[in-house]
Design a protein around this ligand. Structure first.
Ligand SMILES: Cc1cc2nc3c(=O)[nH]c(=O)nc-3n(C[C@H](O)[C@H](O)[C@H](O)COP(=O)(O)O)c2cc1C
Length: 454
């Protein structure tokens, strides 16, 4: 047995637990005390919890010592809490903060080293890995930040990649160029080498959001996490690979992606909510697992609002910066998928909505629909945006259609290669007729001050 139990490491940096405390304190956390099965109960309960917009913490998941957290960022309100600002300003804060990257620092040890398992003691089956969908090939790790280094430059890359449980020390992993991890693996395979990776699960949302960005190749995403923390991210050295991982992660899996090996992986219910078919994908051989004594295992349902928020924030940032050059932008929102975008502006001229849609499409090629609304429309509420389209949109005049455009690349049926921009703003010279009615005091009212049960 190779378990090493150290004394609890004192808390030094914001971690997953500090964020859970923050959302719990703001009534955004549901907890489940009774025992639930990761295969049969958890996905359905998570799906039901998603509708409440709250995170959910399962305290008894049938895998001794482990808890499960899901839907951490399932509501914009949680993003607003994370950035300490309003829902609209989250993207502004993101754009501002990631412009000042902060290099991580290596620390001696961290809570993730409380339990260390190597060699024969490695058993992925001890983790509460969730089977999310009916036709999924099995349990998938979905909130793992994959850390690797470019074999030529030594520069670190961090990304999120799904991983299929395939055995006690074996995972399938989905990666491909132009995603940076795929590029790095390709380089290492050409050198005939396995690629060392570490997978950190249960991190502060700043780390997850940074890992999900698409920054230029050669930028270490942990420098963005440092920027968001306004503090260098504390990393500890791995046990069996030459990599560093967040000191306060809940669980870390260390190992190698094997060169020249591909195995069937999938099917898997992916972010578009369709099943991606079985593909020949890479294989990770696991060499060590380290974790906290009482770990919280994070899982993300692909295609959920949480998933969209994680993928969306940096992409909203890209669009926000581009459209701010042509209009006075109030808010940007990409839900329910990162293929569509809703933008509210304080319109100054009738041509602006088309310019905004054009700029958005130019900045982010995966975008398929872009709806531009006035500043009095809530872009975080899809039904409010539909209200604007129905009552203010003039489809004969104000539609921008681009055909044969660059779109989402995995497109066997050619359905993502055209774009539609919709102007759902009121005519400037008729604002009086299109002004929305208001109830006095409606913005400031607190329902809990009036109703007896809340
Ligand atoms: C929950 C979740 C799961 C993801 N799974 C995958 C995946 O399996 N494969 C993949 O290439 N990208 C996946 N992504 C997207 C990548 O993490 C994202 O594109 C990231 O920017 C890639 O970083 P990289 O270019 O540095 O490798 C996932 C994102 C999220 C939020």
């Amino acid at each position: 047995m190779e378990f090493i139990h150290r004394k609890r490491i004192p808390f030094m940096q914001k971690d997953l637990r500090s964020f859970i405390d923050l959302i719990a304190g703001n009534n955004h956390l549901l907890t489940v005390e009774r025992e639930v099965d990761p295969k049969f109960d958890i996905p359905a309960v998570m799906k039901a919890a998603e509708k409440t917009g709250k995170a959910i913490l399962f305290k008894n998941v049938g895998k001794p010592g482990f808890r499960i957290i899901n839907n951490l960022l399932g509501d914009r309100k949680m993003l607003a809490l994370l950035f300490g600002t309003s829902q609209e300003r989250v993207v502004v804060e993101w754009v501002k903060q990631v412009k000042n990257p902060v290099e991580p620092r290596i620390v001696g040890t961290g809570a993730v080293k409380e339990v260390i398992k190597k060699g024969k003691d490695v058993d992925l089956e001890t983790l509460p890995i969730v089977t999310h969908c009916s036709k999924d090939a099995g349990p998938f790790i979905t909130a793992g930040m994959v850390i690797a280094k470019d074999p030529e430059t030594g520069i670190r890359n961090v990304s999120i990649n799904r991983m299929q449980l395939k055995g006690q020390d074996k995972l399938g992993i989905r990666m491909m160029p132009p995603q940076h991890l795929g590029m790095i693996h390709e380089k290492s395979e050409k050198l005939g080498k396995n690629l060392e990776i570490a997978v950190a699960i249960g991190n502060h949302p700043y780390e997850i959001l940074s890992a999900a960005t698409s920054v230029d190749f050669g930028i270490d995403e942990f420098t963005l996490a440092g920027a968001l923390h306004e503090d260098p991210l504390g990393l500890v050295k791995c046990e069996t690979v030459d990599l560093e991982v967040p000191a306060y992660a809940e669980v870390v899996i260390e190992g190698e992606v094997l060169a020249g090996v591909r195995e069937p992986e999938g099917p898997y219910g992916d972010f578009m909510q369709f099943y991606v078919p079985v593909m020949n994908n890479h294989v990770m051989k696991v060499k060590a697992i380290t974790h906290r004594r009482d770990p919280i295992y994070q899982t993300i349902q692909a295609g959920s609002l949480e998933d969209t928020h994680i993928l969306g924030l940096s992409r909203e940032g890209i669009v926000y910066e581009a459209v701010s050059k042509v209009a006075d932008v109030k808010a940007v929102c990409m839900v329910p998928t990162i293929l569509n975008c809703m933008i509210s502006i304080r319109k100054r001229s009738e041509t602006e909505p088309r310019d905004v849609a054009s700029a958005a499409f130019g900045a982010y090629s995966w975008l398929k629909y872009c709806v531009v609304v006035d500043h009095d429309v809530n872009v975080f509420d899809v039904s409010d945006v539909w209200w604007a389209m129905a009552t203010r949109g003039r489809m004969d005049k104000a539609v921008l259609l681009k055909e044969e455009a660059l779109g989402f690349p995995r497109d066997p049926f050619h359905i993502h290669q055209s774009k539609l921009g919709i102007d759902a703003t009121a005519p400037l010279n008729q604002w009086d007729e299109f002004e929305r009615k208001k109830v006095p005091g409606e913005e400031a009212i607190r329902l809990e001050d009036f109703v007896s049960s809340f």
